[in-house]
Design a protein around this ligand. Sequence first.
Ligand SMILES: [Zn+2]
Ligand SMILES: [Zn+2]
Length: 519
Amino acid sequence: MRYFILVLSFISFSLFSWAQNHDKCSHKVSFQKTSLGDSLHVISYHIYIDSINWETDNLYARCELEVQSKVNNLVQIPLELMDLVVSEVKIDNVITEDFTQNNLRLNINLDAPLQENQSVNLSITYSGEPYNESWGGFYIDNQYAYNLGVGFEADPHNLGKAWFPCVDDFRDRAIYDITARVEDPLKAVAGGILQEVIDNGDGTHSYHWHLEENIPTYLASVAIGDYAIYEDTYEGINGDIPIQIYVRPYKIDIVEPTFTHLKNTLTAFETSWGAYPFERVGYVGTSIGAMEHATNIAYPSFAIDGGLSYEYLYTHELSHMWFGDKVTCASAEDMWLNEGWATYCQLFYEKAIYGEIPYKNTMRHHLREVLRTTHFTDGGYLALYGIPHNLTYGSTVYDKGATVVESLRGYLGDEVFFDAIKAYLNNYAYHHASSENMRDFLSNHTGVDMTDFFDAYVFTPGFSQFSVDSVSHISGNDYAIYMHQRIKGKETFANSNIIEVTLMDQQWNTHSVRIYLFG
Ligand SMILES: [Zn+2]
Ligand SMILES: [Zn+2]
């Protein structure tokens, strides 16, 4: 039989809210910070690690930068460098004494001012014991050395400056070469593809790596140590991509059982988010992690355990190649664009690998935990955007962020959602994007005005809950569905809501309708 249903939706807002204690604190976020990136763009970095003294934990290095002025009459090049002492500066191959170092700042004075778009080549030699904190910085430990590109505590979080002089923010993107000279039998692995290994004839080899795509400083990386390499090939939608996983030698036999579903996850992510955006899939085992350095993910050794229990972690980091590395959050306040999406991917991969039902169970469990605990963990109900510095890497950004992505998928529907997100990632490819950029791009691309969705889910805190209050028969096949919106941790109701409601007829056949609830 044919069955038609006409849904008339009436809205009855409940003024009852789940909890009385709305979070009313406001967070002062400064958007006026002057940045080195306002006057300067670094086109390329070539970082040469000359040696590491394993006794004193000192790093000896040189960095070649091609620096471009964004303004007229630039008389001084300001760079950031942390805890490392500069011994020599060359401007276009000529040594200059005219530079100063003060705290984090390295200022290099120019003989002739640079005009807008003019560039200059710098060579900076430096050494010292690099900065690190409990999570982030540059670590030299027991014949292993590696960096983690952000610090949870550092303000700003970016820690490129812990190992090379740079414009250290989320926006300035450059091409990276890294050449590390290491004693035999140590190896060095960095972002991109290994170009050459030079035998220096003195018991050392130099490993030269080059990454083809531009990235911000916090995604550049190096790891040095006694490593064994697990190699495989992934047949990507745009061709073969090498997989290389560097681990401590005693771990080599358990790499394969640990990364059992890596290739299937790559396929799932390529299907959802578009072609893998870089030329290598890489992980390197480190004592602390995990960090999504482009093509060279610093991955904690304990998670390479021969089992499947850390799949969520390597899938999370892998998804950052799209969310974070291909398109980077414009500021720390937009971090949910990196971490909310990566947390979503660490749940969403289950749909492809284990099926729809396990995925739904995982997401429901996740949502329940967010509703129960995130406002305690983060000390209140916070909006995804404009998060305070100490909670950049907190539960709101990661865990609530993932639930908002799922809501966005439901809001747009799968067909529109995946098409629009792929288009968004391509539009902002190898660039940064803000929450407003995502909102406006999605509005333009889909024709669905995303203003109310972003206002409710991204720019204001708390949760909306929708329930069917009652259904009444009008006449024939016309029914009226009365719905409630209840809010928690919010002060205003969400507008322009799209809710899927499934109805059942007398034969237990289900009929789903999408109901538009305007505030
Ligand atoms: Zn608060
Ligand atoms: Zn992450």
